[in-house]
Design a protein around this ligand. Sequence first.
Ligand SMILES: [Zn+2]
Length: 192
Amino acid sequence: MGIGDQHVKHQVWIHETAFDGYDPALDHLGWAQPIGTDGKPINELDPPPGSPPVAGWRCFCECSWQGAQYYPRAEFPCADDTNPYGDPPPAVEGTSLTGAKGEWYRHVHRALPELIAHDLLKLGVPLTHQEVRMAVQLARNAGKSWSQIAAATGILRVEAETLWGSRRHPPAQRPWPHHGRRPDPPARGPQR
Ligand SMILES: [Zn+2]
């Protein structure tokens, strides 16, 4: 993505776990779909002669989901606005947080909530961090098995269950330093 990709007709997004062998991610392939002035999607790779020009874009996913937002070309001009099939500008393509790609990411996270934990870990959030636990809980609440969560996060099932399962250790496992103030003690638990 970015400089050097100007020749690509449009970008296609796939969650990186698909490359790591997490098959469910293969169901979701996203892109900013050009929409013609007739309101219909354009086959942008090979528009038939006489096709209407691009009037805007909408986020599409291979699973048939479509983004709610329409990006009119009048508001988001192409870099080469003389080309009737011009590429969507960066503001439309977006990032994992913005634009069409941001919409698609949120869709993938709703469809495959176990990928939220993966993405947090990828950002460097520690395995035992509260955010990761919450993401795993979200996936569990959505009915994801420990095997699926393990596969999505790239660890062994037994590790996932030990780390994030109900029989895990309480978060504050480390002995509190003897200097400084102690926090309010948690409800009675075994002293080390
Ligand atoms: Zn999808």
